[in-house]
Design a protein around this ligand. Structure first.
Ligand code: SF4
Length: 345
């Protein structure tokens, strides 16, 4: 059995930054409670590891004692959440991914200019809840082409659309087409809102899955971009399974399979991919082939509030800066398991 290990996979720049924020805070304030509003990123293992280090995750700011430190997750929050944090005198460290913030800014600008905004995405996803909160009266969430059919705007309505950053590029294209067909005067966002990491991970699976007979995606079920990777593989005719970690691998899935694609959602840590790959090698006689589709070199800086806190504690933020490396097969993660690796596109 050949296993194709996809690059890029796993952590994106936004997830790296958000996790780094909580890491740095734990180092900085070892005796203080650290609170995080919502899951810092949508991955069960990441959240559990932080819980084990003493972090408290909350779904409401009322659960954070006044004057505490709270981190906003990578998915972003609405202005009302920021107001509540201020009312409760919380020190808020905003780990929102800058690419989500960009969509917030577009929403604010369109609303200010008098546009009705069609926000394409999943209504209950935290990113959409946060973006919608920037201009709730101007915003209509659109989840499917069917939703577009229910809309009724006249030609004198200034109309624009925005999208969630982690949608399937294929699904978004279908909805955008439905919007443009029905409202040809709709204004497009200046730049594609679906982020580089989502686009690259999906693009790699789209290219490779058509030649594979199973795709294993490491990621949690509430991770939008991980779910989308399984859908892209399925669209390409490849059976896909989303697993949180190797314990969920069912050996029956591998029976008769010749080529297995392995990838990971943007919030899934590489050590979980390594555990899966090691199991495939040691128990299923897999030969590993690394397939590089797209290079990534994007990094995001930590928030200014955290930098100020670091300086107050005598820590130079520039010295603690983490540089992102691609998820290479390192000795540290993959150990001494004999891997037969060939690199191909
Ligand atoms: S998936 Fe994209 S938008 Fe979401 S955190 Fe990563 S880079 Fe940012």
């Amino acid at each position: 059995m050949r296993v194709i290990l996809v690059n890029p996979r796993g952590f994106c720049a936004g997830v790296h930054m958000a996790i780094d924020v909580v890491d740095q805070l734990l180092d900085l304030c070892p005796n203080d409670e650290v609170y995080v509003y919502h899951e810092i990123v949508h991955n069960r293992h990441i959240v559990d590891r932080f819980v084990n280090r003493g972090v408290t995750f909350v779904e409401a700011l009322d659960d954070v004692p006044e004057n505490s430190v709270v981190v906003f997750s990578a998915h972003g929050v609405s202005p009302r959440v920021r107001e509540i944090a201020s009312e409760r005198n919380l020190t808020a460290i905003d780990a929102t991914c800058p690419l989500v913030t960009k969509v917030h800014m577009e929403a604010i600008r369109y609303a200010y200019q008098g546009y009705r905004i069609l926000l394409i995405g999943h209504a209950s996803h935290q990113e959409i809840v946060g973006t919608r909160g920037e201009a709730p009266d101007a915003m209509t969430v659109v989840e499917s082409p069917e939703d577009v059919a229910d809309l009724d705007f006249t030609k004198d309505t200034k109309l624009a659309y925005l999208t969630q950053t982690t949608l399937s590029t294929d699904d978004a294209a279908v909805i955008i087409k439905a919007i443009k067909d029905r409202f040809p005067w709709v204004k497009e966002p200046p730049h594609d809102d679906i982020c580089y990491a989502t686009t690259n991970r999906q693009g790699a699976v789209r290219i490779l899955a058509k030649d594979c007979d199973l795709c294993l995606v490491v990621g949690s079920r509430n991770s939008s971009n991980s779910l989308r990777l399984t859908e892209i593989a399925e669209y390409a005719g490849c059976t896909a399974k989303l697993i949180d970690d190797v314990s969920e691998l069912d050996p029956a899935w591998l029976e008769g399979k010749q080529r297995v694609l392995v990838t990971a959602g943007a919030s899934a840590p590489e050590d979980l991919v390594a555990e899966l790959v090691k199991r495939l090698v040691t128990q299923h006689n897999a030969q590993i082939e690394v397939s590089d589709i797209t290079d990534e070199d994007i990094e995001f800086d930590i928030p200014a509030t955290l930098k100020r806190m670091m300086r107050t504690h005598g820590v130079d933020p520039t010295e603690r800066r983490i540089h992102i490396t691609r998820p290479d097969i390192t000795e540290e993660l993959y150990g001494s398991v004999p891997l037969t690796i060939s690199v191909g596109a």
